[in-house]
Design a protein. Sequence first.
Length: 88
Amino acid sequence: EAKDQAAAALRNLACNDDNKAAIAEAGAIPLLVELLTSGTAGAKEQAAGALRNFAWNNDNQVAIAEAGAIPPLVELLTSGTAGAKEKA
């Protein structure tokens, strides 16, 4: 699915510090959080991985929490795929 691929691309791009800020400023964090709750299993896994990479930036940690990511990440730990559990 296209959203899975987009989340995977953002996950990979977020390995670079400059990209982390640019992607967050572009509004990706709330969209990734939305995927955590409404996406396919693959999209959830990719979104969790992307948010994990974004969370290395202190400003992004706050933005991720404010976007409501904590409850769906916890949910992935209990009911997600093995890959999603690893990334959550």
